[in-house]
Design a binder for this molecule. Sequence first.
Ligand SMILES: Cc1ncc(COP(=O)(O)O)c(C=O)c1O
Length: 367
Amino acid sequence: MSTIPDFDVTLNERAVPAAERERIMADPGWGRYFTDHMVTIQYSAERGWHDARLQPYGPIALDPASQVLHYAQELFEGLKAYRQPDGSIVTFRPYMNAARMNRSAKRMAMPEIPEELFVAALELLVRTDRDWVPTEEGASLYLRPFMFATTRALGVNNPAQDYTFAVIASPSGLYYKGGVKPVSVWLSQDYTRAAPGGTGEAKFGGNYAASFAGQAQAVANGCDQVVWLDAVERRWVEEVGSMNLMFVYGEGANARLLTPALTGTLLPGITRDSMLKLAPDLGIPAEEGKISIEEWQAGCESGEITEVFGCGTAAIISPVGTVKAADREWSIGTGETGPVSSRLREELIGIQYGTRPDPYGWVHKIA
Ligand SMILES: Cc1ncc(COP(=O)(O)O)c(C=O)c1O
């Protein structure tokens, strides 16, 4: 049984000077700059979680035989810290990220981390680096918890016995500068992301390494993102890039939402889960189901499908304007951001940034 260790704190004596930090935060982009500190916590089979530290952000030394470098035992999470109108800071449903990390850990034969320790690590890092949390609505501090195998052994028969859990943080600017714009997507028919019984529902680094070739193909075909189809029949729509997909049928009072069901090959997104709860409360029924590429195309051509969007922590909602594959191409609705996408986006962002009430208890105050 792991107990929750106390954190040993070493502040960064060479923290980024305030003027430089302000300059970075004026245009941080995404995932390019990191705050002054990081958290690391060690795990060993004998001691459980121990040696929890908050320390200056910097390189981590690894033995060249560390299992992560050879067999990729690594997983991660992603969530954001949001500045509220009163200056306080919250995160969004962090216990869901902790629970998802633990489900990923189970799949990758890695140790689970107590949810309270996961959240305590986020809180300590955000409190320490609170000046890095942007004040502009739409901007945030992206938090990246991750875990990797450090056991020095090349044997492939056993999972590692030793792991490091860490959290780093990166200021992120507005995902859509100058307004939300629909993206174009490429249907990947050469590559798949995840197979039944595989690792698709785990937030495992290897899933992302395996997706780069498909994403590169999307870009080579003039598209922004890649759409993943199921690995067996290659016709059921699963995800787009690193987002879950939502299909809007009908319009106005008749609009309803459909999202691919969690079959084990999709990542169970926290934004997806939030949409499934939020939409019905706004009068938009939402269900999980199945949709093929033929149904997607026919639905757009008949006008039955009015909007399609990807959803995830980074973009919240990313409308899809056009779909392209080797043998077909079609557009969705007007090709502009639709009213259902805009409404859901505004509601969720309002809850995250504290400008709308949070009847669900989703925001978690940190600082
Ligand atoms: C493959 C994949 N699907 C979906 C999502 C969306 O998940 P969330 O809403 O928890 O960010 C992500 C991002 O984490 C992802 O990597």
